[in-house]
Ligand binder design. Structure first.
Ligand SMILES: Nc1ncnc2c1ncn2[C@@H]1O[C@H](COP(=O)(O)OP(=O)(O)OP(=O)(O)O)[C@@H](O)[C@H]1O
Length: 260
């Protein structure tokens, strides 16, 4: 349903951020996107969300090209924005309505859906937001804002859910809820994370972006997590020295993950 062919992308005045990325995502597939700081994870998610379009190569969604022309087609864009959603790493970027209720209802109202109050109440309950519905989003904590942003995209019943570091500001119960949700949803999901200990909870397929903006790995997550050379090369694990009882050794560390 999503197909990238030899995609390259560079932000203005910068080196090529993504280079020669080819991949296909199937309906219902759950994929984890890993890469060091600045490797291009957020950029790739924004590209999949059509916020930026490839400088080279092609992106097709259900066979429809995603390029400047299709993104300028308002009718197509409306459908695409409902079907393919992105949870930003910093949710402030998504919140602009006067209340949490309006924020969550915003998409369904624009789409002219029925039963909006019931839908909002259901998602507010799912994410523990019921008591916050009348508050302005800017008064909420970082994790609460993340949950409002999550409710406002999931209410759209999307077919593709892109999430940029969702576990970074969510508490354990909310992360647990998210993992359960991802197990049950029929949507195609791509989750970026630095948290290697959580990675396998988010998906069975793994994409690793190298620091050169190229895909260093695309395959099952188990072998990727055991491939020390890959993790070290892509700056997802680092080696440093330890002193214990007069002896010294070095071993690899991942973020919240370790291997001797
Ligand atoms: N809006 C932008 N304008 C210009 N350059 C950008 C923009 N967004 C990202 N970049 C650059 O693109 C590169 C990749 O950034 P990106 O945010 O995609 O990386 P990331 O893998 O998500 O990093 P992190 O793990 O730190 O969130 C960086 O060099 C960054 O400076």
């Amino acid at each position: 349903m999503i197909e990238l062919q030899a995609v390259g992308f560079g932000w203005p005045d910068s080196r090529e951020t993504l280079a020669d990325i080819s991949l296909a995502l199937q309906p219902g597939e759950k994929t984890v996107l890993l890469g060091a700081n600045g490797s291009g994870k957020s950029t790739l998610l924004k590209l999949l969300n059509g916020l930026v379009v490839p400088s080279h190569g092609s992106y097709h969604y259900h066979g429809h090209p995603i390029d400047k022309a299709s993104m300028a087609d308002r009718q197509w864009l409306r459908r695409f924005r409902q079907e393919v959603v992105l949870l930003f790493q910093h949710p402030e970027a998504m919140l602009f309505n006067p209340t949490v209720r309006d924020e969550i209802a915003y998409g369904p109202r624009r789409l002219g859906w029925d039963d909006i109050d019931e839908r909002v109440a259901w998602w507010a309950d799912q994410l523990g937001l019921r008591t916050l519905l009348d508050k302005p989003p800017f008064t909420l904590s970082g994790g609460q804002k993340q949950k409002v942003a999550l409710a406002s995209i999931l209410i759209l019943e999307p077919k593709v859910i892109l999430m940029d570091e969702p576990s970074a500001s969510l508490d354990p119960r909310s992360v647990g809820w998210l993992v359960d949700f991802l197990l049950d949803t029929a949507a195609t999901v791509v989750v970026s994370t630095h948290n290697l200990s959580m990675a396998a909870e988010f998906g069975s397929r793994c994409l690793v972006l190298g620091e050169n903006g190229r895909l260093a790995y695309d395959g099952p997550i188990g072998p990727a997590m055991r491939d020390m050379e890959l993790l070290e090369r892509c700056n997802l694990a680092h080696r440093h020295r330890h002193r214990h009882a007069g002896g010294e050794h070095s071993h690899l560390h991942g973020h919240e993950w370790e291997s001797s």
